[in-house]
Design a protein around this ligand. Structure first.
Ligand SMILES: NC(=O)c1ccc[n+]([C@@H]2O[C@H](COP(=O)([O-])OP(=O)(O)OC[C@H]3O[C@@H](n4cnc5c(N)ncnc54)[C@H](O)[C@@H]3O)[C@@H](O)[C@H]2O)c1
Length: 437
């Protein structure tokens, strides 16, 4: 057993602040309140239900992760957030239509108490929304200061000892990296000059990191993943992570593709299409927002299958992803995949997937785990990009000299080994040399 890292105890309340109180955020908040009242189980959450094997298999030490490492208790979580519409979390959850009214009614006082703070918004970055509940200020830098005030006020008002932020706002248009993103100075100057390369989500990301609060980006748009904010996170001892929650079709892709590669099965093509009818689907109906999502979804296979390492199997596969806005389905998405594969001597085969998926049901536990793990990271003194949380993202952030790890099984091993390391337990390599001499 190695030396254990010093982990500050999670004393007091943990505030989880969510920019964007839509389907994902309200499904998450309702879940937290339902678990507190013991009327629901946190299914899908590694921090609440996952276990971790320690030592040799013969030792039979397999505690729950939450009993193994110092995480905040769900009872100590307080939620808050911002939106560009005034609905409280109860109204927004009813509107999102993910959870049944009967369940939401049992949580009504707690959900109604979560009233959004006014958002920072600019329609140029989300064409399909026309926000009415928004802050006014002169510059993007001034907006950031207002958000920092909100963050501090929330902490004080709710008696929180620590905070974490997770972006659950809409997907913004595709933005390319710009030289103003390169350093903290150039970013702050650009914010003061209202430079178009600074999207509202970036203003939030800046505010959190500046305020010293751990932060994750659940959407695919360029936001936290710029050198200036990565640098600021290191300077301010802030753990960060992103981006784009790994749910739905991409979750399936990162489960299946590593299996195909493990068995050296070739791929000719992977066609993915979806119908969904929630607000996220409506936003993604705009080609500029869709482009952001498309970039995030497409990179997954390339990284997992490594065509440069296996040219005979993966050099030429065709990959297409489509999202279609179809209102009747609401949040209950349907995703189809047609996968053309080939085996021994090049003989073709096909796989068809029809996933009747509930996106926000898959995303809510990710919000919880990210918040609790980022808080843990800060209490252990970890800062900057937390690659061990790649498990939760479609486009994991990583250091510029590295490539992102997309294989969900490698991601899980990395996450659990990080926890073992923090607690001074042996890392598990799955190497068994009992009969070797
Ligand atoms: N549901 C999933 O499984 C999933 C998976 C990966 C990523 N995401 C991303 O998570 C985000 C949330 O998804 P959702 O289904 O909850 O969408 P949603 O449309 O229901 O909620 C987004 C909310 O953000 C608000 N908003 C937009 N811009 C804002 C701003 N600048 N400040 C404050 N609030 C703002 C909107 O008014 C809306 O209430 C989206 O970007 C989506 O692409 C979702």
């Amino acid at each position: 057993m190695d030396k254990q890292v010093n982990i500050e105890k999670p004393e007091g309340k943990l505030g989880i602040l969510l920019p964007g109180l839509g389907a994902v955020a309200t499904t998450f908040i309702a879940g937290v309140e339902a678990v507190k009242k013991q009327i629901g189980l946190p299914i899908g959450s590694l921090t609440q239900m996952g276990t971790i094997r320690l030592g040799k298999r013969t030792e039979k030490r397999v505690p729950k992760i939450k009993d193994f490492i110092e995480l905040s208790e769900i009872d100590d979580v307080v939620c808050g957030g911002w939106d560009i519409f005034e609905d409280n979390a109860y109204e927004s959850a009813i509107n999102a239509g993910v959870l049944k009214k009967e369940l939401l009614d049992q949580l009504k006082p707690e959900m109604e108490a979560v009233k959004p703070m006014k958002g920072v918004f600019d329609q140029n970055y989300v064409k399909k929304l026309n926000g009415t509940y928004i802050k006014t200020a002169k510059t993007k830098y001034d907006y950031a200061q207002l958000l920092i005030e909100d963050i501090q006020n929330f902490k004080e008002k709710n008696g929180c000892s620590r905070l974490v932020g997770v972006w659950c706002g809409s997907t913004e248009i595709f933005l390319k990296k710009d030289p103003v993103h390169d350093s903290i100075e150039s970013l702050e100057k650009a914010m003061q000059e209202n430079h178009p390369a600074i999207a509202p989500s970036m203003v939030y990301a800046y505010a959190f990191v500046k305020a010293g609060v751990p932060y994750a980006n659940g959407a695919p748009n360029l936001s936290l993943d710029i050198p200036a904010l990565e640098q600021l996170a290191i300077e301010n001892n802030v753990p960060i992570g992103g981006k784009d929650f790994k749910t739905g079709q991409t979750l399936m892709k990162t489960i299946l593709a590593p299996g195909l590669k493990a068995r050296l099965i070739g791929l000719d093509g992977w066609f993915s299409t979806n119908i969904l009818g929630n607000r996220d689907g409506e936003v993604l109906d705009d080609p500029e927002s869709f482009k952001t999502k498309e970039e995030s979804k497409l990179s997954v296979l390339e990284h997992i299958l490594q065509p440069h390492v296996y040219p005979e199997l993966y050099a030429d596969f065709y990959h297409k992803v489509r999202i279609n806005y179809y209102p009747p389905r609401g949040d209950n998405k349907e995703g189809w995949d047609n996968i053309d594969i080939f085996g021994w001597l090049g003989y073709p085969m096909q796989i068809k997937i029809d996933f009747l998926c509930r996106d926000s049901i898959l995303a809510a536990p990710i919000v919880l785990d990210l918040a609790l793990f980022l808080d843990l990271a800060q209490r252990t003194g970890m800062r900057g990009i937390q690659e061990w949380l790649s498990f939760y993202f479609k486009s994991p952030m990583c250091a510029p000299e590295l490539y992102p790890e997309h294989d969900i099984f490698i991601q899980l091993m990395k996450l659990k080994n990080t926890l073992r390391y923090l607690k001074g337990e042996d890392l598990i390599t799955h190497l068994g040399l009992e009969y070797y001499d």
